[in-house]
Design a protein around this ligand. Structure first.
Ligand SMILES: [Zn+2]
Length: 226
């Protein structure tokens, strides 16, 4: 009932954008993971040096399984590089590793959007699993306060998706700057790095759009039931 009303169509543009972004990431990664950098040094080595050069010696660099599972964990300050990135000297690998190093630099410098994001994570995790059930229960029992609580909890995950955008764009800017300053990439390789990171950023834009549209949908449903 609830899931198949017309408002469901509102989310479709977000979902399509997400699929398109995924395809962009796959395409850029496929192309640039086959392109070796002229310098030929593996990403794990380059990223360690990037961090050292930028005064960050707190980060532990680790290898993680899976494809494109690279991430930086601000809680324990580990920079996790996926199998295809860790030992690779490709343009894509250097770009992705340097992006994660960008997050590590954000943590070191106390970059505000990253701090805000880390602060809301626990609330968002609880909120996102409770918001829809509470919202639906509120509708079933026609109890407005419960509907409102569901919407407020959902808004937190929207806030999370939005604050993720500056965090991601800034990490990519830092990545390009650090790689270029250190002379790790040629101009042509830098363009490749930008393409890979821009595609990855698109997935976060798609997630934010989908999240906003979902919130709009909840608001419309709540208004209709009033
Ligand atoms: Zn990132």
């Amino acid at each position: 009932m609830f899931y198949w009303d017309w408002t469901y169509f509102l989310i479709i543009p977000g979902l399509l954008l997400g699929l398109w972004a995924q395809a962009q990431v796959k395409g850029a990664y496929a192309a640039y993971s086959r392109k070796p950098t002229r310098m030929g040094r593996p990403a794990c080595e380059v990223v360690a040096e990037l961090l050292r050069r930028n005064g960050n010696d707190r980060v532990r660099i680790a290898r993680t399984s899976g494809q494109l599972t690279d991430h930086y964990n601000p809680a324990d300050e580990t920079l996790n590089l996926s199998e295809g990135v860790y030992g690779s000297a490709s343009v894509a690998a250097l770009g992705i590793a340097a992006h994660e190093a960008g997050h590590a630099m954000q943590k070191l410098e106390g970059y505000a959007p990253l701090q805000l994001r880390s602060a809301v994570v626990p609330v968002v995790n609880i909120g996102s699993s409770l918001s829809t059930p509470l919202f639906i229960l509120g509708l079933i029992f026609s109890w407005k306060p419960l509907v409102t609580v569901g919407i407020v909890l959902f808004s937190l995950s929207v806030l999370f998706a939005l604050v993720t955008l500056p965090v991601e764009f800034n990490a990519s800017q830092r990545a390009v700057r650090m790689l270029a300053e250190g002379g790790y990439v040629t101009q042509e390789e830098e363009d490749g790095v930008r393409k890979v990171l821009r595609a990855a950023a698109l997935t976060y834009v798609a997630a934010a759009v989908t999240s906003l549209l979902s919130l709009l949908r909840l608001l419309l449903i709540a208004r209709d039931r009033d």
